[in-house]
Design a protein. Structure first.
Length: 380
């Protein structure tokens, strides 16, 4: 039924919402990387909208939406997933994010998919005991569990108590940025009212402050008491208005530049002097690697995958979460030392180009697919 002969290798990706997050970006990378003459890809997700959904469809990926899960064992949703599996007959089912992992493992069993892979893409340390137990069950029935950072792998090894042979580390990856033209950057600088002597502190991401803690970064900028330091935020989300209120109350309105979601963020990295990601928790922290590929020093919180990406004192600085005073201290060091900024930016690029590119991520995932297909004797 599932044997690969002259037919294509069929892959079904399972995930939560396709919007603007890192998981859907990596699925787009894979859709672009994997040979279309050899692989056929479809996606099942809870919801789908926006730029990345359109790009996936442009790559020939069919997207099925099943609606949001009300609980992990929402039978009606699994019936839809299993129906899709039986029609598509995938050789590989690969799930990420909690809903995606549950669809891949449970749907994969009942749909009799030969190869089941789940990918831990978030910071599992925030999970409840019940969620960890469910993840252990998902892991038991899967052939491989991908950890997207060393910190995630360490956590899985200590908490999800199954054979360590099931776990594999495949670092997250981001696309190597296009080289921005100087005239494009200057035009953007002028449009945004950025002066020549302004210092631009940048951050990129969805504006969910409980997770991303932009409020701590704003507080830190306020502590610097310098009008030339401006905060450039690339991203949108439900807490943007709340952040604007905080900025107003601190008298920082003229120092805040918000440009919303951008599908060409590399242009905005070109405006930044350094990058900050001050999250409460992160499974990986794609934007930190992206900033390093843009030769920016990175100030990051010592959480999740960020503490693996950023080398403290070498490619940037690590600070405790929820610590505006320490963020301000590191900002001050970088503001005053342009040579250190340049050195950290170059070292960050060298580290990221070896460890955190989309090409390396896709190659390692394809290698895993081929290894498992051979082990199952689906290919020779």
């Amino acid at each position: 039924m599932y044997k690969v002969a002259s037919e294509k290798i069929r892959i079904l990706y399972c995930m939560e919402t396709i919007a603007s997050g890192g998981v859907e970006q990596r699925r787009l990378f894979l859709a672009q990387w994997l040979d279309k003459n050899r692989y056929e890809i479809k996606i099942v997700c809870t919801n789908s909208f926006g730029y990345l959904a359109n790009e996936l469809e442009r790559e020939g990926v069919e997207i099925f939406t099943v609606g949001s899960f009300s609980h992990p064992f929402h039978i009606g949703k699994y019936q839809k997933v299993i129906r899709i599996i039986r029609e598509f007959k995938p050789h590989i089912i690969h799930g990420a994010v909690f809903e995606g992992m549950s669809m891949a493992s449970i749907g994969g069993i009942f749909g009799k998919v030969p190869i089941k892979i789940i990918e831990e893409t978030s910071d599992p340390q925030t999970r409840s005991k019940k969620a960890i137990y469910l993840q252990m069950l998902f892991s038991i029935v899967s052939d491989k569990v991908i950890a997207i950072s060393p910190s995630v792998l360490r956590y899985l090894n200590s908490k999800v108590r199954i054979s360590k042979n099931k776990f594999i580390l495949i670092n997250n990856g981001v696309r190597v940025p296009e080289i921005s033209k100087d005239d494009e950057i200057e035009r953007l600088r002028k449009d945004l009212g950025i002066k020549k002597d302004d210092i631009i502190v940048g951050s990129v991401g969805r504006v969910y402050d409980d997770i991303k803690r932009y409020s701590d970064l704003i507080h830190a900028i306020g502590l610097l008491n310098s009008k030339k330091v401006k905060f450039l935020l690339v991203g949108k989300g439900p807490d943007l208005e709340k952040l604007k209120q905080q900025i107003s109350s601190l008298g920082l309105i003229e120092q805040f530049i918000s440009v919303g979601y951008q599908d060409r963020p590399y242009l905005y990295y070109g405006l930044m002097d350094f990058f900050c990601i001050t999250s409460a928790h992160e499974g990986f922290g794609l934007v930190a690697a992206e900033a390093m590929l843009n030769r920016l020093p990175v100030i990051a919180t010592r959480v999740g995958g960020l503490q693996d990406i950023v080398k403290d004192g070498e490619t940037g600085f690590l600070v405790p979460p929820f610590s505006p005073d320490q963020i301000a201290e590191k900002l001050k060091i970088l503001i005053e030392d342009t040579e250190l900024r340049k050195s950290m930016g170059e070292k960050g690029y060298e580290r990221a180009i070896v460890n955190y590119t989309a090409e390396r991520y896709c190659q390692e995932v394809e290698n895993l697919y081929l290894q498992l297909l051979k082990e199952k004797k689906l290919i020779s």
